[in-house]
Ligand binder design. Structure first.
Ligand code: ADP
Length: 311
């Protein structure tokens, strides 16, 4: 069994229905990735790493992790903070808007719980995955500890996976994001950016420009997502292109990239080749965007399981 640890923030998601009723669930980019990875590759040990509080919502969040069969070994309980919250509202034209309350969330202080004993456990993982959001939300003074932890993991032979998932509002400046991302690129063995990340942060969007930009970082496996357009993977310098069949009935694109990442990484760790892994990941993302919210119902994946068992 392989072990994958995904670090980040899971939040309470509030979603206002047309009748005004507020539905709640739990979501966050790396949490979503963990859920989709475990649903598709149940035999792998998938752990979500974060800090929650000791309140009833935190308990429900931990239960949500357990009910998705995630390993909760690296979920730390903060003494006096609570989870972050966001509210999704949809206007009469179907446009979604998001309101966040996350500035004082427990997850921001996760590094306070990462001592040498915790790092020794993390060193047993095969892959450690994080995103630009995982770094952005950390207290700035804790970032050095995060990079030091990552260096220790890398030295212990843990593969490092990263998705920039650039969210301008989480950073004080583009320079701050660029500096942190450069450290992440240099540490990454596998990276799964979207073309949008490069467009927004560096004003580049062509495949050639992105590959040239990434070249100095010597990333073993670079998977470039571009919505319904295409996916490219450069593995040890060899380029693979997979065309995406656009979904006609798109309901909500939240979590498209997260589900893609979870299934792609799970497939690669299970020994699938790049093309098979991209196709599986794209099928998963194609299913997810036909359902509202970040986490699609588990039975929506039945068709994916039948593709998997055939291969
Ligand atoms: P991110 O959320 O990281 O920016 P993308 O928007 O590129 O990610 O979407 C991730 C994946 O989701 C794509 O690589 C593709 O497989 C799938 N996807 C996204 N939009 C569509 C769509 N309209 N039709 C089919 N698949 C899609």
């Amino acid at each position: 069994m392989q072990k994958i640890v995904l670090m980040g923030e899971c939040m309470l998601e509030l979603r206002q229905a047309k009748d005004g009723v507020m539905n709640h669930s739990f979501a966050g980019d790396t949490f979503n990735t963990a859920v989709y990875m475990k649903r598709t590759f149940a035999q792998q040990d998938i752990a979500f790493m974060t800090a929650v509080g000791q309140d009833s919502i935190s308990q429900q969040m931990v239960s949500a992790c357990s009910s998705e069969n995630l390993n909760n070994q690296h979920v730390f309980a903060h003494g006096d903070r609570n989870p972050g919250i966001y509210l999704v509202q949809t206007d009469e034209h179907g446009e979604r808007s998001f309101l966040y309350w996350r500035d004082t969330s427990a997850a921001k202080q996760v590094m306070q719980y990462v001592d040498q004993q915790a790092i020794a456990e993390l060193c047993k993982a095969d892959l450690f995955f994080f995103s630009g959001i995982s770094i952005a939300i950390l207290e700035p003074q804790d970032r050095d500890a995060f990079w030091a932890m990552l260096a220790q993991l890398k030295q212990a032979g843990v593969k490092i996976g990263f998705d920039p998932n650039y969210r301008p509002r989480l950073w004080n400046s583009t320079d701050e994001a660029k500096a942190e991302f450069a450290t992440a690129y240099a540490a990454s063995d596998i990276m799964l950016p979207g073309v949008d990340d490069f467009k927004q942060l560096y004003a580049i969007e062509s495949l050639d420009d992105i590959l040239t930009f990434c070249q100095p970082f010597d990333i073993e496996e670079l998977v470039l997502k571009n919505g319904p357009e295409s996916v490219y993977c450069q593995l040890h310098g060899q380029l693979t292109h997979v065309a995406i069949t656009p979904v006609t009935n798109v309901v909500d694109t939240t979590s498209a990239g997260d589900s893609f990442n979870g299934v792609y990484l799970g497939a690669r760790l299970a020994g699938k080749d790049v093309t098979t892994s991209i196709n599986l990941a794209a099928s998963a993302a194609g299913i997810v965007i036909q359902h509202p919210g970040a986490i699609a119902p588990a039975d929506a994946f039945d068709s994916l399981h039948s593709i998997l068992t055939k291969k």
